[in-house]
Design a protein around this ligand. Structure first.
Ligand SMILES: C[S@@+](CC[C@H](N)C(=O)[O-])C[C@H]1O[C@@H](n2cnc3c(N)ncnc32)[C@H](O)[C@@H]1O
Length: 384
């Protein structure tokens, strides 16, 4: 099958972890952008990427690239694409994308032009036309039109990959699953020592960690993707990818390090438990209803303690939180010897109250909030 340019989109600042994941799947990153990476591959490679990537949002398969200054030039080239070889003529298409061109004031106009080109072409060649609309559960196309450069791709993911499928209960301010996976990858957790997650909320960090230990990938929870709704799809190769996923799980027998998650809010903890059950990893995590300071820490050490405290939007909240951040510092100092401590926060001023020296500050965004994963080597100075 023909090699094409694939663009794998992710949240900003997740490209290093996305690259790491792609390389461990055997792909070479050709180019990096702020919100994703380019890889050469064929249509079947998109099945593996959709199934296995934890840090991606969508996998785009390039159909055509051309130059167009205005809607007329755009339509003429879009209608020349052999859509009858790509899209089921009785199907349903939806179009999304990114448009920045002087002749287009509203993205939706460009999407409509592309839809018209596809529908006209199919009507002309086959006598029938697909429906179209906003739903992304069938054929999804992605239009990138920047100045005069146009790229039209199949969005092989369809619905976003950012939802890993197990979180039925959100808790308070939950982390997006790809962000939680990336944060764990950026930490120095060696997957052999314990992982302790006080203030676990809906449990995203603990659950993503358990999924990594068990070799359970996001595709395990999902049955529908955009790639299934084009004429390029072959189910035999998709079944192979699913078998590869199943075999990894079947061959994985541990032993597993301990994962401990706690929260002082009983309802939130209940949600975390339900999410872990949904993900099939409830037996991997021991949940505790307690203040973060009372979270049990396994004595074997050599693991990580990772917290994602609230960081407050109003001043009153921020003042109260100063004491919480200070208490996290005390907890690390008094109980965390032998561990590496991590705080994921969107408020660097609050982080100053922790009162410990960071060994690394790793930049992230949590939605639009500039955030950091702060690392504290808790043995330094306390270990004999
Ligand atoms: C920002 S949320 C964590 C979100 C989590 N990372 C997720 O993905 O769902 C912070 C959590 O800390 C908990 N929390 C706040 N203060 C606490 C304390 N003193 N002891 C234990 N948990 C606390 C809250 O109940 C809340 O669930």
């Amino acid at each position: 099958m023909k090699q094409k340019s694939l663009f794998i989109n992710c949240f900003p600042r997740l490209t290093p972890m996305l690259q790491q994941e792609l390389e461990s799947l055997g792909y070479t990153v050709a180019r990096k952008e702020k919100m994703g990476v380019y890889v050469h591959g064929n249509y079947q490679d998109t099945y593996r990427m959709n199934y296995f990537l934890r840090t991606a949002n969508k996998v785009l398969y390039e159909v055509e690239r051309f130059r167009a200054n205005d809607p007329r030039q755009f339509y003429d080239q879009a209608v020349a694409i052999e859509w009858e070889k790509l899209i089921p003529n009785k199907g349903y298409i939806s179009i999304s994308g990114f448009v920045r061109n002087d002749h287009i004031r509203d993205n939706r106009f460009a999407f409509m032009k592309l839809k018209d080109a596809i529908v006209d072409r199919l009507q002309n060649k086959t006598g029938t036309r697909p429906d179209s609309g906003p739903n992304s559960d069938r054929t999804v196309l992605y239009l990138r039109w920047f100045r005069d450069e146009v790229t039209i791709s199949i969005d092989t993911s369809g619905e976003t990959l950012a939802k890993h499928g197990y979180r039925k209960q959100p808790g308070k301010a939950p982390m997006m699953e790809p962000l939680a996976a990336a944060v764990l990858m950026a930490s120095n957790w060696n997957r052999k020592g314990p992982l302790v997650n006080p203030m676990c909320g809906s449990g995203t960090l603990a659950i993503e960690a358990a999924l990594m230990l068990r070799d359970i990938y996001p595709g395990r929870f999902r049955t529908n993707y955009g790639f299934m709704h084009t004429l390029l799809y072959d189910s035999i190769n998709w079944q192979k990818v699913k078998r590869e996923g199943d075999e990894l799980i079947a061959r994985n027998h541990g032993p597993y390090p301990r994962i401990i998650a706690s929260d002082h809010d009983e309802r939130v903890l209940q949600a975390a438990r339900m999410n872990a059950r949904e993900a099939g990893v409830e037996d991997m995590i021991s949940f505790h209803h307690c203040d973060f300071r009372d979270t049990p820490l396994p004595s074997e050490g050599n693991g990580i303690i990772i917290l994602n405290p609230e960081y407050g939007e109003r001043l009153g909240q921020v003042n109260e939180l100063t004491d919480v951040y200070k208490a996290i510092g005390d907890f690390f100092k008094q109980k965390g010897q032998g561990y590496t401590g991590y705080i994921f926060t969107g408020n660097l001023d609050l982080a100053k109250s922790v009162g410990l020296r960071t060994s690394r500050k790793i930049e992230f965004f949590n939605a639009r909030i500039d955030s950091r994963l702060l690392e504290y080597e808790l043995y330094s100075g306390t270990r004999k």
